[in-house]
Structures are given as structure tokens and as C-alpha cells.
Ligand binder design. Sequence first.
Ligand code: UD1
Ligand code: CA
Length: 460
Amino acid sequence: MHTLSAILLAAGDGTRMKSKHPKVLCQVAGKPMIAWVLDACGAAGVGDLCVVLGAGADEVRPLLPERAAVAMQTERRGTGHAVMQCIPFLEAHRADTILLVYGDVPFLDPAMLREAHAAHLSSGAAATVLTATLPDPTGYGRIVRDAAGEFAAIVEELDADEATRAIGEINSGIYLFAADALLEVLPSLTPQNQKGEYYITDAIGLLRAAGRPVRTFRAPVETTLGANDRAGLLRLSDIAYDRIRRRHLANGVEIVSSDGVLIGPDVTIGRDTRILPGTILRGHTRIGEDCVLGPNSLIEDSEIGDGCTVNATQIYQSVLEAGVKIGPFSHVRPNSRLCAGAKIGDFVEIKNSTVGEKTAVAHLTYVGDSDVGARVNFGCGVVTVNYDGVKKYRTTIGDDVFIGCNTNLIAPVSLGDGAYTAAGSTITRDVPAGALAIERGELRLKAGWAARKLAARRKK
Ligand code: UD1
Ligand code: CA
């Protein structure tokens, strides 16, 4: 097939969103709108692309793929003006089809784009406009057709008379152009309209006036939805979350209630996993089969193996191997790995650490910057003391170690395989394999001391 390249308009500011950030960074289901559009372009087979950025460009750049070219639009003078900033890109892609999309249509559907591209090529059109029919077309450009029902023009709401406003068929803002045809008409755009902006929609009219064939392609309404304010964003998120839940249900995931169950678009979940209320799964998270997640848990950019239980716990950028149980009320911070069968109980924080197979950290414990072996038992209230106020240090714990309650491990320190620490010890030196370490004050007994004190109190 013909090479498909794309131009993405993303120079809008967040004015109507009342945001300090560019509009395309507003999130739908926890993912910036532009990331949705970029993923759809990728899946539709778009090769090269040029993204038009304006204020806040540096915030958007990190989300763009490496191959993306950037064109800067320093003044916001309309969608046509934005495309004019891409003339060098168009000149380098003269033979291509150009998919032109706005960065704020998150539900752009790759299969629909492929279909539209095929229709565009087989019709031999210079431009194809993707249209949709809405029950309430307010705010959109309307598609005007001639007596034969052929496409005649796109008229913006502000420039439309009453009869035109009554038209339900709208311009989705998604177009396919023959690059050379677009290059031909771009210099002829003028800002002769109510807003005084250069409209890309006029390029379609100019092509038609020059006798070049222009076609329309009817797109399903939901693939063209956009948002202009925060209420619109919330509507899109509700739609997205609902669709995502249905997709997982269809794949054999059990969602007992949709209350507060928010699953991001890039999350995968194995079958027979059970999701309880208040569970939020974000980013690139992979969940195995037969897990129980929730209630009230948050998992972000993490990998959870088969058969894990995550109860009222937050997990960020970490890996849980199969059969790990955690919670309630624990916190796994980035760069941690809980190996198969590890058991983490309540009020435990794990940070930047590996916890070995079948190790148990049952209660009230901090494990930071540590490498912990297999079958280790942490008593209640163990702390790896990893920070001296300036630098962080690692703690190394071998296999089959038993750490008594309320042990402080002053890093850098290591406990050899099978070592044992007495409860209440503050371990300041390495403990060899198989040794018992007791590092606490000796017991001193003062016979009768308390009894005398009590007797004195009673006299008063
Ligand atoms: C536009 C279309 C309208 C269509 C609607 C679909 C025009 C003239 N009108 O109207 O026919 O029905 O989208 O949603 O194109 N942008 C820039 N630079 C600019 C202006 C806009 O990059 O100078 C970007 C914005 O970031 C936005 C997109 O272009 O992503 C569309 O701009 P917007 O102002 O939202 O256009 P609409 O008035 O909605
Ligand atoms: Ca818009």
C-alpha cells in the first residue's frame, strides 16, 4: 500500500481546559490524549509523522516517538496555519498520503483509519474528509452537500447560517490528503472568516474549486469524539473505562462491581483474575491469571505474576512473581522485585529491593535498598537503616535468615545465610553465616527497686 505519513496538530493551549499545560496532555482514562492518538497512528501503519507544537512544547516532546518531526507554531493562527508549518515535511513526503489529525481525538481507531485509507486510495481523491453524524452537532464544522448529495464544503459554526447549523453531519477533523495536492493549495489559504484564522477546512474547498476530487468517509461517531473542556474529558474517560472493563470481562476477568475500578488502556489481565472495588490499574501494567486485586489497591507500571493477592496496597514500577501475597496497607515503591511466594503483610514498605522466594515480611517493617534472600523471616518492626542524611547504603541478607522483632540493620551491613538476630538489636557490623547476633544493652536487675517505689507512691 501507499505510504501513510501523518501530521498531528497539537499546538492548542489549555485555555478551555483551564489548564497550565498544553491541551493534548489532558488525560483520558489516565493517559494523555496525544498518547492515545500516537498509538492509534502507529497501529494504523503510519510511518513518518510531524507534530505541530506551540506553547508548552517541551512538556509534550517526551511523549513523542523518536522518529517524529516537530514543527513549531509560535502564534496560534488556526488549523490551516498550523499545517503550513509542516511544508518542509510535506515536501519531503510528496508522494505519500497524509493523515491529518488533531491531537485531541483519543478514540481514533486504527482499523477505521486503514479502511478510510484504502477508500481514499481507491477513489483517487485528492482529499478525503472523515465525517460523522451527531445528535448535537453544536461547535463542529458542518458538511454541506450539493443536490446530488456530493460533498460541497465545510462551514464552521461561526460562519454558518441557520439552515447550515441544522445539518447533523460534521467534520471529524480527521482527513486524508494526497501530499502534493495539499502542498498546492496551502499557500492560497486566507483568514477570511469570523475568527480571522487560517482554516485547514478551506483547503478542501480550494481543492474542489480546482476540480480535484474530494470524498467523504463516514466514521463511527465514537471514533471521532473529542473534548474541549473538563466535563468533556470526564465523559470521554467514563466511556473509555467502561469499554476497557467490558474488554477484560470478555476475556474472562472477573470484576465484581465497577465501583472505582479504573483500568488504564495499556493494562493486560489474565483470566480468572478477580478485581474488587476501588482497584486502579495504571500505565503499562501486566497482571497474571488467578490473582485477587483489591479492594482499594493501586498498581502502576508493574508486573504481577499468576496467583497473587494484592489487598489495599499500592505498587509502583515493580515486579511481583507468582503467588505473592501482600497487604492490607502496604506500599511497594519503584524498582522492587518480590520473588515467588513471598508474603508481605500489613504496614510494610519495600523500596528498591529484592525480596527472595517465600520470604515473609509480615508486619510494620521497612525494607529499603536491600537484597534479601529466600525463606527469610522478618519479625515485627524491622527497619533497614539505609540513609545517614547524606548517602543511601544497601543491606544484604542471605537465605534462611531470621531477623528478630525490632531489629535495626544499619547499612551498609550484611547478614550471612542462616544468621539470626536477637529481638531489639541494632546491628552495626556484618553477621557471618549461621551466627546469632545480639547487639543490645545487657539486662540489669535491681531487686526490690520497683516494689519500694510503689510503696512510696501509695503512702502519698
Ligand atoms: C475544528 C474544525 C471543525 C471540526 C472540529 C472537530 C477547523 C477550522 N475546524 O474546529 O471543522 O468540526 O475541529 O473537532 O479546522 N490547533 C493548532 N493550531 C492552531 C489552531 C488549532 O495546532 O492555530 C489544533 C488544536 O490544538 C486542536 C486542533 O488543532 O487540537 C483543532 O483546533 P480547535 O480550535 O479545537 O478547532 P475546532 O474549533 O474544534
Ligand atoms: Ca476542537
